[in-house]
Design a protein around this ligand. Structure first.
Ligand SMILES: [Zn+2]
Length: 240
């Protein structure tokens, strides 16, 4: 009996304690604040059902890909949800970005990754690159919300995330610190390519949180497309 004590604790006592903990401190849905039931993660089943999923990943000429026509040459582009003011997606994005619930980004990434895996438009990527935050902003927030989404996508798609290939430079720094970044290409755009990372011939899945004008993604994709033999697709959590 004494020998079996650790096993007993692990198999009987721990689940009981975690159920008891959940009874008093239930994890709540980040979209509607209702307590989550067993097996539900981050977003409850009802919210998941009613969230405005776009289905754009199965539609080549969707509004997100059309947004980039004549600006950058993308293989595919899509966003998981439509962003509506005052809606559940806005609530989720707010909790992710400003309340620091990184698991929201990761969980949406996991779910969307499963969808992308089934889409003929999104099966070819080799590497996921999140839109980088400026170092100062990253230090303030403590994390990059696009990277959280990238991590979840990576789990479901089975392809790695790269956070060193592309860096962000504040507009004011492009002149004053030009010498420091002089070995980086195209500092003027606000984004620079790391010459130490070889992305030649790769198909990059560039990811961001919310697409609005598309200017940030356009700047990033533009830099990446300077690399020989590269292809770029885009996936975002939401489109405004
Ligand atoms: Zn909910």
């Amino acid at each position: 009996m004494v020998n079996n004590l650790p096993v007993l604790i692990r198999t009987r006592v721990q689940p009981l304690l975690s159920d008891l903990f959940a009874l008093f401190f239930p994890a709540c849905c980040h979209a509607c604040s209702a307590p989550l039931w067993n097996g539900e993660k981050v977003i409850c089943t009802a919210c998941d059902y009613y969230l405005p999923a776009t289905g754009f990943h199965n539609w080549a000429e969707n509004p997100v890909s059309r947004l980039f026509w004549g600006r950058v040459d993308l293989a595919s582009a899509a966003a998981c949800y439509s962003f509506q003011k005052g809606g559940a997606v806005q609530q989720l994005m707010h909790h992710l970005k400003y309340k620091g619930y990184q698991e929201i980004g990761v969980e949406i990434g996991r779910r969307y990754g499963k969808e992308l895996r089934q889409s003929t438009l999104f099966q070819q990527s080799d590497l996921i690159v999140p839109v980088p935050l400026h170092a100062r902003k990253l230090k303030m927030r403590g994390f990059n919300q696009s990277e959280c989404f990238a991590r979840g996508l990576s789990e479901s798609l089975g392809i790695p995330v790269n956070t060193t290939a592309l860096i962000r430079i504040a507009a004011t720094e492009t002149q004053t610190r030009k010498s420091r970044f002089s070995r980086w290409k195209n500092v003027e755009s606000g984004f620079a390519l790391n010459p130490l990372v070889n992305l030649q011939g790769k198909h990059i899945l560039l990811v961001d949180d919310v697409v609005t004008t598309g200017a940030t993604l356009e700047a990033c994709a533009g830099r990446l497309l300077e690399i020989k033999g590269i292809k770029v697709s885009i996936a975002a959590i939401a489109v405004a």
